[in-house]
Design a protein around this ligand. Structure first.
Ligand SMILES: [Zn+2]
Length: 399
């Protein structure tokens, strides 16, 4: 009897620390297909909901964690974000040994939140331009006491999905003239620059006649990472379809990694706005965290910087830096190649070390390149020769 009680007490203790709590979440199998399987949720501090040492997953504007007795749909999002955020955190805290991430307080994660971010009020009014089909990381704020807005820390927001028919895309795009207007529209819906470009490709599929637009799209490129997600014929593919676009960002591991990477890099790269450099970096780390051979092959084959199977690889253009031709994919391809070129990578913190030399408004041609050359002095095996290799690489790209 004593033994039985001891086991029961032990059992409760294990539960209290969350070590034995298992839930269903979206995972990748070795072929990069999405599957739903049981996972153990690490570092839980609650035994009633999705709150742990490092993350609390809440629904919309709520402050309480999503509960283990909430609807299955909501729990799938909570479990998937919770699990993959911990994977991403572990990558930065343990593999890269990023002190900033090791010391980071608990981050609040909001799923199915439609509000626009407001720097003063945290959430904009419910009726103002509701957001769908994307994800973003928001910077901490000091709050606004007269209106009862409490201070908040860095947060990640996942939007609910919503079907958008290609026909409705066409409605947004003014074929005759303003591609720019169309892109601005997409940008407003998609903070994540790559997702925006990806949507343009989806849109392109429905716009065979728009030859003018097609050429612009090609310059703008597409997000390799999201294309890879789109191409995998699986549960993830159900998130997209040809005629109806929708995206449940809280169920896509690489989007979760991408968003956490923004948070992890926010000591130097603020969360206030997107640039090709900080988006390309977030994709780079998302690709590394995913640690999938299949995905790496896709990146090596199809990145527009150097992809083996890409016919027209991209040369650097000044337009990549900002505005509607901003090109996060070029940066992603560049970063993926820089590590390969000098034969060092995550293991000795080359790319991560470089981020400490960057600021939020860094340019590709000046700041990013200089940062890689500087970081190479510290982290490359043979700094002199490796720097020559990098110069050669950049020259070949017109940089
Ligand atoms: Zn992003």
């Amino acid at each position: 009897m004593k033994v039985l009680i001891a086991i029961l007490v032990l059992g409760i203790q294990v539960n209290a620390f969350g070590a034995s709590i298992k839930r269903r979440a979206v995972l990748r199998d070795k072929d990069f297909n999405a599957v739903i399987d049981e996972v153990t949720l690490p570092d839980l501090t609650s035994d009633v909901g999705y709150e742990g040492k490092y993350f609390k997953i809440v629904h919309g504007k709520n402050n309480e964690a999503i509960r283990f007795d909430d609807s299955e749909d909501l729990q799938l999002k909570a479990a998937t974000t919770y699990y993959h955020l911990n994977v991403a955190r572990k990558f930065f805290a343990e593999k890269i040994k990023a002190q900033y991430v090791q010391e980071m307080p608990q981050v609040i994660i909001r799923v199915d939140l439609i509000n626009v971010f407001n720097e003063l009020g945290h959430f904009a009014n419910d009726k103002l331009d509701p957001q769908f089909n994307n994800a973003l990381s928001i910077p901490a704020g000091i709050g606004y006491e007269p209106k009862g807005v409490k201070p908040w820390g860095n947060e990640i927001w996942f939007r609910p999905s919503k079907d958008i028919n290609i026909k409705d895309f066409k409605g947004i795009v003014d074929y005759g003239g303003s591609v720019k207007g169309a892109l601005v529209n997409f940008r407003n819906q998609n903070h994540m620059a790559n997702l925006e470009l990806f949507m343009v490709v989806v849109l392109n599929g429905g716009l065979q006649s728009g030859a003018g637009i097609t050429s612009v799209m090609r310059i703008a490129g597409s997000s390799l990472l999201l294309e890879a997600i789109y191409q995998s014929s699986d549960i993830a593919a159900q998130f997209f379809s040809r005629k109806n676009y929708h995206l449940d960002s809280a169920l896509v591991p690489e989007i979760i990694y991408h968003e956490f990477s923004h948070i992890a890099l926010s000591d130097h790269l603020e969360l206030t706005h997107s640039t090709p450099v900080n988006e390309g970096l977030a994709d780079y780390f998302a690709g590394k965290i995913a640690n999938s051979k299949k995905l790496a092959t896709k990146i090596n084959d199809y990145n527009l910087f150097s992809g083996k199977k890409v016919e027209k690889k991209q040369q650097y253009r000044i337009g990549f830096e900002r505005g509607e031709y901003a090109n996060a994919d070029f940066v992603f391809g560049l970063l993926w190649n820089v590590g390969d070129t000098v034969g060092v990578d995550i293991e000795n913190n080359f790319i991560y070390g470089m981020t400490s030399l960057l600021t939020t408004n860094g340019t590709i041609r000046d700041d990013l390149i200089n940062a890689t050359l500087e970081a190479c002095k510290l982290h490359c095996k043979s700094p002199f020769n490796d720097r020559l290799r990098l110069y050669k690489l950049y020259n070949s790209k017109n940089m």
